[in-house]
Design a protein around this ligand. Structure first.
Ligand SMILES: NC(=O)c1ccc[n+]([C@@H]2O[C@H](COP(=O)([O-])OP(=O)(O)OC[C@H]3O[C@@H](n4cnc5c(N)ncnc54)[C@H](O)[C@@H]3O)[C@@H](O)[C@H]2O)c1
Length: 466
């Protein structure tokens, strides 16, 4: 069953939600001839944004088993990031990494140079902060290059509308595009999804999700040898323009996985949050968030996020149905250890030392362990779609997941009820000049006269977050 899109958006494509791909039958008549992989059967990869995740995604891309892949170009804006990523990849993957110095590019236009080194039908990895997603994806579409982009894919309404247009364009060009909501590719979650859709826990009445950890998204004072822009980029979780803050960047996964299980997108959100312990940090995040997402049938997802040392950790998602309950995520993203319970009693698994879980008579079904990482499955599925020319485009779904996450964030940051329509049509674009940034140019966010960046103030700033 597909999550129904809220009525406000015109439907130009069909949203299939099997966790694999977006159906494109509505556009079949206007599809262009498909783009072939490089003639020698090797699919070349370019990595744009050589940080932790980009490097990990490159490793997954080079580890697929259904045909040869090779990394041929890299782009970043921070030399140290580029160097450590290159060293790691080269050490682990040897000849599959063919990126001589002249194909390692450093600038805000480096993504163009890296993609210029590819042929149509190759793949670019966008592992940069979300603010650059639409800018770099647009170039990939122009070049006829398939794409893997990390989540979130947008951080506000205006960029979501732009991403919807780019999604349509990329489908018309038959480009295969994966979005890093890898849980959708987890076989354990796919099996749970099938069982929930088959009614094994009855109607979902409520869902709960928690991402509560020891901190995150802070920014100490700017070192004197860093430009304002480099400072913000290096700490992108601290600044809403770059990442949507910890709310968007961390919480999107669980808002997406719960909505997938529910088979619907939330249509409004309200919530609370505050800054208690940020100390001298210059970031724009709250320490705590508690947001209710309301689905079209009135049921809710209760989401708690906390970034606070010394408080209890939990990183899990649960669904409660009229006939039973389910664990969607147990301890972060992987392994999912998904399971269904006869009643509503589910134990809290505090840490990995508690694994494997002991036998429990309340468990009606559990996915067999161990599980393969969904970070690998998302690449196996993307590459299979490219090689076999199967429909595969996750951009629209990724943009909606990003938008409903922004809806929850805006609700907490403004202290208002925010609807899907309101967040989609909110004119505040956080970084309208994301395509024009330069190494020595200004940053999208400016320090105030008090030496601080603006922060959300619920009840005071109500039409925009800062
Ligand atoms: N799917 C997941 O589970 C998962 C996990 C971690 C991160 N992510 C996502 O991956 C993205 C990157 O996160 P990360 O943890 O790897 O951060 P990171 O800081 O380690 O990496 C980001 C890299 O992009 C570079 N960069 C920034 N702006 C750039 C630009 N305009 N052009 C080229 N390079 C640029 C940075 O210098 C850095 O090397 C984020 O969107 C994040 O949400 C996803």
């Amino acid at each position: 069953m597909a999550e129904k899109e809220p009525a406000v958006t015109s439907r130009r494509d069909l949203l299939a939600n099997t966790g694999k791909a977006v159906g494109i039958s509505a556009l079949a008549g206007v599809m262009l001839p498909h783009v072939h992989a490089a003639e020698n059967n090797t699919i070349q990869i370019a990595l744009v944004g050589c940080g932790g995740r980009g490097t990990g995604a490159a490793m997954n891309a080079l580890s697929v088993k259904n045909g040869p892949t090779k990394l041929v170009a890299m782009a970043d804006v921070v030399p140290a990031k580029m160097n450590s990523s290159y060293d790691r990849l080269k050490t682990q993957l040897g000849d599959q990494v063919d990126v001589p110095q002249e194909r390692r590019f450093l600038s805000y236009d480096a993504y163009k140079n890296a993609m210029d080194a590819l042929k149509p039908g190759d793949v670019v990895i966008l592992g940069t902060p979300p603010a650059f997603r639409w800018v770099q994806f647009k170039y990939a579409i122009d070049k006829g290059i398939h794409c893997f982009m990390e989540k979130p894919v947008t951080v506000d309404g205006p960029t979501t509308k732009r991403m919807f247009e780019l999604a349509d364009l990329s489908i018309q060009k038959n480009l295969k595009v994966g979005v890093g909501l890898m849980v959708r590719h987890c076989r354990a979650r796919q099996e749970l999804h099938r069982r929930i859709q088959d009614g094994e826990i009855g109607d979902i009445i409520a869902m709960r999700a928690y991402r509560m950890g020891q901190g995150g998204g802070t920014a100490g004072p700017r070192p004197s040898d860093e430009s304002e822009l480099t400072y913000q980029i290096k700490r992108f979780h601290a600044f809403l323009w770059a990442s949507g803050g910890v709310f968007s960047d961390y919480y999107i996964h669980q808002i997406d996985e719960c909505s997938w299980m529910k088979g619907a997108w939330p249509v409004e959100a309200h919530g609370v949050g505050g800054r208690h312990y940020r100390g001298d940090s210059l970031d724009q995040n709250f320490d705590t968030y508690s947001v209710q997402f309301v689905y079209p049938d009135g049921s809710r997802l209760y989401f708690d996020g906390r970034n606070m040392k010394g408080a209890r950790d939990e990183f899990a998602s649960y669904a409660h149905g009229s006939k039973g309950s389910a664990v969607i995520s147990t301890l972060s993203h992987t392994p999912g250890i998904t399971r269904i319970y006869h009643g509503q009693q589910m134990p809290w698994v505090a840490n990995r030392q508690q694994l494997p879980l002991p036998p429990d008579p309340n468990v009606a079904w559990a996915f067999p362990q161990p599980e393969v990482s969904p970070y690998q499955y998302e690449w196996d599925d993307l590459m299979e779609a490219i090689r076999e020319d199967k429909p595969f485009n996750e951009v629209r779904r990724g943009a909606i997941a990003s938008l409903v996450t922004s809806m929850g964030r805006m609700a907490a940051h403004t202290g208002q009820i925010i609807t899907y329509e309101q967040i989609l049509n909110c004119p505040h674009e956080f970084a309208p000049n994301a395509d024009k940034l330069t190494m020595d140019g200004p940053a999208p966010l400016k320090l105030g006269a008090d030496g601080k960046y603006p922060v959300p103030e619920p009840g005071i700033k109500i039409d925009r977050e800062y």
